[in-house]
Ligand binder design. Sequence first.
Ligand SMILES: Nc1nc2c(ncn2[C@@H]2O[C@H](COP(=O)(O)OP(=O)(O)OP(=O)(O)O)[C@@H](O)[C@H]2O)c(=O)[nH]1
Ligand SMILES: [Zn+2]
Length: 218
Amino acid sequence: MPPISELCTIQHKDVSDAAAIKAKNLKSTPKREENLPELTAAYKTIISSLGEDSEREGLLKTPERASKAMLFFTKGYQQSVEEVLNDAVFSEDHDEMVLVKDIEMFSMCEHHMVPFYGKVSIAYMPQGKILGLSKLARIVEVFSRRLQVQERLTKQIAQAVFDAVNPAGVAVFIEGVHMCMVMRGVQKIKSSTITSTTLGSFKENADLRKEFFDQVQN
Ligand SMILES: Nc1nc2c(ncn2[C@@H]2O[C@H](COP(=O)(O)OP(=O)(O)OP(=O)(O)O)[C@@H](O)[C@H]2O)c(=O)[nH]1
Ligand SMILES: [Zn+2]
């Protein structure tokens, strides 16, 4: 089992290659609880490096609590799309847009390791197969619960839906608030970031594209 620092590098070293994204969808990192002692020791060092007394009563259990919280915030590394889909792909003769709007998303900015959060909308045009609705939200969890940038998150979700049901098209829209721009840095507390990915018919058909963006922005 490589150390956590190495795991993170493995997970986000490529951002754009669709085949690599597809391959990664199928794999999950094995259980990470065995890294808890190492992570806890690292948090203890962080606390003392901040100038705090890691031995004072209120902070005694903090390194372990923080470690467990961080493992939760990045639990997507333990999941794969294949696992969360659980074969919930059904044959159905429905060829109009399926859209699930405003799926809550919490992720971690890979540059500062502080949260970014927002809402994800996912649409696809089935051609013979539909996906269990909750599975769209589960796909969001798989990729958002990692160290991320919003652009890659958007693309990975779209590619995963495409791979799952081979639809005529997929569109993903994310509106995110980045705490690294709110609590620090430029401190623009009202800014939000919009990203989208369109594949297949949503890219090619201007009417369909417009229908999607009209729906998600209203
Ligand atoms: N494109 C993109 N950039 C992001 C995302 N999350 C954070 N960033 C940006 O990553 C950049 C890192 O820039 P650096 O100059 O290396 O770091 P920094 O000195 O902390 O930058 P400032 O935030 O400008 O203070 C910043 O511009 C962040 O706003 C994201 O999801 N997508
Ligand atoms: Zn950031």
